[in-house]
Design a protein around this ligand. Structure first.
Ligand code: HEM
Length: 187
């Protein structure tokens, strides 16, 4: 999922300060997460497939929302599915853009607000469901980073995914409020 905000990032990079007050990470922590993410970025699909399989293992009821692969009930079926792999890639690309955008809070927030907003179109989607990905995400990153996943790195990823989820929920809520307002204006 492309936010195509790269240009904005390039134009602004010259007058960015080291840390942005909106970012709940120190400059050093931001550096650590962005550096370690490079290994995840090279393995987006397998990391994403593992993350989704863990999501559905812990929350089988969520599988029903996915029209493309709701019939895949076992872990084996899920890990061999092209549809699931394609979706994993989309979700991970959105996270990839978000994490690569940590250097510029405007890019990060715009990108993840947009992704959160797309979920308003999913029938029955509750924004609190975003929290369900927290643990599977951390497990998937740990699996990909192996011994690079130190206690320090783990703590930084915990803060990062919490911030990402809060931003997705904000984007969802904003889009839903905007829609409610425009519906009221029409009636
Ligand atoms: C890190 C958190 C998440 C990210 C970054 C994310 C990202 C995405 C993206 C990029 C899409 C594709 C949108 C498009 O094609 O326009 C999508 C679709 C979708 N997401 Fe998420 N998502 C997240 C969490 C969740 C969770 C926890 C659920 C749980 C129910 C969920 C349910 C869905 C569904 C049902 C779709 C539509 C799939 C389809 O039928 O094409 N998402 N998500």
């Amino acid at each position: 999922m492309g936010c195509e905000l790269g240009k904005l990032a390039t134009v602004k990079s010259q007058n960015q300060t080291a840390t942005d007050l909106r970012l709940p990470l120190t400059a050093k922590q931001k550096f650590t997460v962005m550096a370690s993410w490079k290994a995840v970025s090279r393995a987006l699909e397998p990391t994403g497939v593992y993350m989704l399989i863990r999501l559905f293992e812990e929350n089988a009821e969520l599988l029903n929302m996915f029209t493309q692969f709701r019939e895949l009930k076992t872990k084996e079926q899920q890990s061999n599915s092209m549809e699931l792999a394609k979706h994993a890639e989309k979700v991970m690309s959105a996270l990839d853009e978000g994490i690569k955008g940590l250097d510029d809070m405007d890019v990060f927030l715009t990108c993840l607000h947009q992704v959160g907003a797309t979920h308003t179109k999913i029938p029955g989607f509750n924004p609190q469901y975003f929290w369900k990905i927290e643990k599977p995400f951390l497990e998937a990153v740990e699996r990909t980073l192996e011994d690079r996943y130190s206690e320090n790195v783990e703590n930084i990823y915990k803060v990062t995914i919490k911030f990402i989820i809060e931003t997705l929920i904000d984007g969802f809520d904003k889009a839903q409020n905007d829609k409610a307002q425009s519906d009221t204006a029409k009636s």
